[in-house]
Design a protein around this ligand. Structure first.
Ligand code: TYD
Length: 209
């Protein structure tokens, strides 16, 4: 969709908790800005006042939340962010880098919680106004390594445990196999600098910057 409506590009960064994606998303923005492009960083769930309110509910709710309510709130937050922030930027010819997007719902609520991936993909399609990233980096690390990197203070979803994170990782790996041109797997056990360079080389070769 992005290619048909504008020259703005949309890049997403994905992975299990503790994989280092936020650092890399910031590096991508720095690289794009250095290349003279206008680029905006957003994070999910969140990135807009309404989406940030939904984030608080999602990550810190004290009552037990139904898996489907969780999935729908993730997608509601995404619909708001897509409509109010991402699409206007892209239509204006600007670049957007998202620290998580629709693949997170497929991985966490599909792989992690066991909800239907087909249903989640359909609702994602509706919630994203059919917007798909031009390029997605899946920073892949083993669950044990992620665990060592994560802080002790964990939110509701980060506290789900190793089996949950393993199912999320497996779902990401399946996604990358089903859409190999869009979803690039990056070995997250490399140094931060090595990952940064590998990601930038992919961006350069895809978009000829
Ligand atoms: P994130 O912002 O990456 O965590 P942090 O603030 O620690 O960097 O994501 C918050 C949590 O939300 C994370 O555990 C993944 C989860 N999540 C889903 O379960 N489904 C989704 O669709 C999204 C976007 C995030």
């Amino acid at each position: 969709m992005t290619e048909s409506i504008s020259s703005g590009k949309f890049i997403t960064v994905e992975g299990i908790d503790g994989c280092g994606k936020t650092t890399q998303a910031e590096y991508i923005i720095d690289g794009l800005v250095e290349a003279g492009l206008s680029a905006k960083l957003v994070r999910e769930p969140g990135g807009d006042p309404i989406s940030e309110s939904i984030r608080k509910l999602l990550l810190h709710a004290e009552e037990s939340m139904s898996d489907r309510a969780e999935a729908l709130l993730m997608i509601a937050s995404r619909a708001q962010l897509t409509d109010k922030v991402i699409l206007p930027q892209i239509i204006d010819g600007k670049w957007v880098v998202a620290d998580r997007y629709a693949d997170s719902t497929v991985a966490y609520q599909g792989g992690g919680r066991g909800l239907s991936v087909k249903s989640l993909s359909d609702i994602n399609h509706f919630g994203t106004y059919t917007l798909k990233p031009d390029l997605t980096f899946f920073i892949d690390i083993p669950v044990e390594v992620a665990n060592m990197r994560m802080s002790v203070a964990r939110d509701r979803i980060e506290s789900e445990g190793d089996d949950f994170q393993q199912r999320v990782r497996d779902q990401y790996l399946m996604l990358s196999k089903s859409e190999p041109d869009r979803v690039i797997v990056i070995n997250g056990e490399q140094t931060i600098e090595e990952i940064k360079i590998e990601i930038w080389n992919h961006i350069n070769s895809k978009f000829n910057l």
